[in-house]
Ligand binder design. Structure first.
Ligand code: ADP
Ligand code: ZN
Ligand code: ZN
Length: 821
């Protein structure tokens, strides 16, 4: 330990209740600033990256402060306001600052001794540009697929290697290995060029000669030349299609003959030229009025809710608001739910804001995330508008002027696991307040919470946009009673005669169709017709799902898979039957009903591969596909011009979900799906198949009766004491031993009841009580509006601490989820 009186408190990226204190030298104390990173030893022989929270001269009482390993930054990478926000999050969501640090910083910022360093395969490395120590690491990685910090330390024969690693990261030579996230897939645009062989004049002449007998193909090549002469840019297939008035098949023929060559480029990496930037659209009078309403409401409210039906032009209004903020030289955060972050949206905004827009996404590659972080930190022109998912509330903004939360009702704004279990919409409001900035919440079907806050409580301002742009009619929604259809033998598989009729008509008119089915897989559940047994996952309490493609049964919670058995494992009968149905089966049935039609499927299974999601979308956009069968994924943000018909295969599976928000969510989901139909001049049609056509929610969906839904749901929330009337905190106990979880949960629920009386529910096993060999048991605490939230949390933490001081209970994991969704 240095013989000095200088110390820092740091946040370590581990869930500790307190900050840790380290000793620094006087010189270091002069250099260090709050928000810089330091490498510190922690625990037995481990090194972590920690963030400086405090610089002071008070030695810790109970332990001797260790020295830091080294300083990693020259400037702070985290700002003071962020630390304020994080502190708020830690208090509100009952987690540690360490949990937040881990979620907030791109993992490349958080090197630790356990980090795996790998080669960045996407970059060409010029090894002459590397310093000696950098080269040694680079070379070692040619022989070994990954290295740990300690390995590098051995290779370089020195203790302090973080700076070398940092340099290599900055030069894109290496990457740190991440958990196997599904990567964000930027949209690929298809380009064409003449095959290189024809760069030689003779070859070209010969080609044109041969093509004189194929006038259409010749014309396509001529069009390509025209396009080439007018712009130096790569030529998109879509541009060539338009210019030459050819069909996709004709162009494909040229590609097959290797006369043309196709290639792909990522859109969000294509930078925008000044002359491509478009003026934003002028608003129509309804939109103009709504924009004024928003501006008025912002005069005395920090938050405003915009309810605008699908396709009313909410996005165009956002664009106007963003322009106004950019004029004031301020930044804008535009939040969208994870799955709505499509390249369609990125493209659309880029045409107005060009290179001033940056996209931030937890599934973006590490380097890209670090890049955006630095742009935001340095207030660079490239980061004036941040379009991002949930985790972008953690960015180091400079002078935020506005936050837009689009599709504010989406549940994916709440992080479920791991901690911090934060809600990005609610956090965004706190973040905006730190900058005295405004927040606009937008949705066609606002959450009950937000609508309640706006219209009943008047905590938020409110604005509305009731008509679709261009007076496009709302789609016509028809409910189809499949119980009745079955009785009268009017069903073929899962298709009612009505759905088949409407599909036939749409296809005859060359319109496209979306079919929505809530589940993926072929037919989720297999049941024995003789004894009723259904194969279960051996790790989780859940039936396995049949996947036809691999002829497998799989668990959707843990990934456990077995080959499809031929006989019932319980009684040996060979009569195994499909119960329920998934996207794969619907796809198959469409093929059987309409053999000539092109069908594609979009669900988690078909979008796993690299770029597969974007491929499906773009082939649907370009009308290479007539019918798209999909799960929730098809509901978000996509704007397909030619979709005339949307079929919801089975509404009951949504409505019957065991959750107090199931009805609200079904309403939102069905209207979102319906919103995909008829976005142009022709009126769209939506068919909802159900066993319960008189279900209130379905009636409300079919008449687009948001208010009816709202007031009815609000009544239920009053009666059953749920949000927004009561707040919820869910406490989950988790352990592999069933009895331990049971006993622990009883003890804890009893202690909670002494404090919160009748406002404690449970303990209860969730519908799926065992996941990855761990039993879960939940206790729900309801908090009335007049009860102090901070006192409630204090009491909960106190009980949690007494619980964990009991030896038997100590190994049980206790999870707190505030505003549980
Ligand atoms: P929402 O976000 O409410 O679903 P969008 O902003 O996507 O609606 O608008 C729906 C469609 O109408 C888009 O294709 C959009 O370009 C078009 N549109 C909306 N407002 C205008 C306008 N003022 N001028 C021209 N086109 C508009
Ligand atoms: Zn059986
Ligand atoms: Zn499982």
């Amino acid at each position: 330990m240095y013989n000095s009186n200088y110390f820092i408190d740091v946040i370590l990226p581990v869930p500790l209740e307190k900050q840790f204190t380290y000793a620094i030298t006087h010189a270091e104390s002069e250099f260090l600033k709050v928000g810089m990173r330091v490498a510190v030893p922690f625990g037995k022989r481990k090194i972590y990256t920690a963030l400086v929270l405090n610089i002071h001269q008070n030695a810790p009482d109970v332990y001797e402060a260790k020295d830091i390993h080294q300083i990693l930054d020259e400037q702070p990478i985290v700002k003071e306001f962020q630390l304020k926000l994080w502190q708020w999050m830690a208090n509100y969501y009952m987690c540690t600052l360490g949990d937040i640090l881990r979620a907030a910083l791109p993992s490349a910022f958080l090197l630790e001794s356990e980090t795996n360093i790998i080669l960045n395969k996407d970059e060409e490395v010029d090894d002459l540009q590397l310093k000696d120590d950098e080269f040694l690491v680079y070379e070692a990685l040619q022989h070994q697929s990954s290295l740990k910090i300690e390995d590098i330390s051995n290779i370089l024969d020195k203790k302090t290697v973080f700076p070398v690693i940092k340099r290599l990261l900055e030069k894109s030579v290496i990457n740190v290995e991440e958990e196997l996230y599904e990567k964000y897939k930027p949209k690929l645009i298809r380009y064409v060029k003449l095959n290189d062989t024809y760069n030689v004049q003779d070859a070209l002449n010969e080609l044109m000669e041969t093509l004189s007998r194929a006038p259409k193909q010749r014309q396509i090549i001529m069009s390509l030349f025209v396009l080439k002469s007018t712009s130096k840019k790569p030529i998109k297939v879509s541009d060539l299609l338009e210019k030459s008035e050819a069909t996709s098949t004709q162009i494909k023929a040229l590609i097959d003959k290797e006369i043309l060559e196709e290639y792909y480029l990522k859109t969000d990496r294509v930078s925008f030229e000044k002359d491509e930037i478009l003026e934003s659209k002028s608003l129509n009078s309804d939109q103009e009025n709504t924009l004024n309403e928003i501006a008025e409401s912002f005069e005395n409210q920090n938050v405003t809710l915009l309810r605008g039906v699908t396709s009313s032009g909410k996005t165009e209004i956002y664009v106007k608001l963003i322009e106004a903020i950019l004029k004031q030289e301020k930044q804008v955060l535009y939040l969208v739910p994870e799955i709505a972050l499509t390249s369609q949206l990125v493209n659309r905004l880029s045409t107005y804001f060009g290179n001033q827009i940056s996209v931030y996404h937890s599934r973006y590659s590490l380097n890209e995330r670090v890049e955006v972080w630095h742009h935001v930190l340095n207030n660079s022109d490239k980061a004036k508008v941040i379009l991002g998912a949930r985790s972008s509330v953690f960015l180091p903004f400079n002078n935020l002027g506005l936050i837009i939360v689009d599709e504010e009702h989406e549940q994916s704004y709440k992080q479920f696991d791991p901690a911090p279990r934060y809600h990005a919409r609610d956090t965004a409001i706190v973040l905006a307040n730190l900058f005295k900035a405004k927040t606009l919440l937008g949705s066609a079907t606002p959450s009950i919470e937000s609508y309640y806050n706006a219209v009943k409580e008047k905590k938020y301002g409110f604005a509305e946009l009731k008509t679709r742009y261009n007076d496009v009619l709302m789609p016509e929604i028809e409910l189809v009673d499949i119980k009745d259809k079955q009785k009268r033998k009017r069903m073929q598989g899962h298709f009612s005669d009505r759905l088949i009729e409407e599909m036939t008509e749409a296809l005859d008119n060359d319109n496209q169709i979306i079919l929505f089915q809530n589940r993926r897989g072929f037919s989720p559940i297999i049941e024995c017709n003789t004894c009723g047994h259904s194969p279960q996952c051996s790790n989780c309490d859940v039936s396995l799902t049949y996947h036809q493609y691999k002829n497998q049964l799989r668990c959707h919670y843990c990934g456990y898979a077995i080959a499809m058995p031929k006989n019932c494992e319980a009684c040996g009968s060979s009569e195994l039957d499909n119960k329920g149905f998934g996207t794969e089966q619907i796809e198959e049935e469409v093929r059987a009903l309409f053999p000539k039609v092109k069908v594609a499927r979009m669900d988690l299974d078909t979008t796993r591969g690299k770029y597969s999601y974007e491929r499906i979308i773009s082939s649907f956009e370009q009308h290479e596909v007539d019918v798209l069968v999909g799960t929730q994924m098809v509901t978000k943000g996509l704007d397909f011009r030619n979709v005339k018909l949307v079929g919801i295969m089975n509404a009951d599976s949504l409505l019957n979900f065991p959750d107090f928000r199931a009805h609200e969510r079904s309403f939102q989901l069905m209207l979102q799906v319906a919103g995909r139909a008829g976005r142009t001049d022709e009126r769209g049609k939506v068919l909802i198949q159900t066993y319960n056509p008189y279900h209130k929610i379905l009636q409300q969906v079919s008449t687009n009766d948001y208010l009816g839904m709202f007031y009815e749901q609000l009544d239920e929330r009053y009666n059953y004491k749920y949000p927004p009337i009561y707040r919820l905190i869910k406490v989950t106990l988790r352990h592999r031993d069933y009895n331990k979880v049971n006993d622990g949960a009883e003890w804890m629920a009893k202690s909670f009841r002494q404090v919160f009386k009748q406002h404690v529910l449970g303990p209860e096993f969730p519908p799926i009580s065992r996941i990855r060999n761990q039993y879960h048991k939940n206790i729900l605490i309801k908090i009335p509006q007049n009860q102090s939230l901070s006192k409630t949390k204090e009491a909960i933490l106190k009980i949690k601490n007494s619980f964990l001081s009991i030896k038997d209970f100590r190994p049980i994991k206790v999870i707190l989820n505030v505003d549980n969704y």
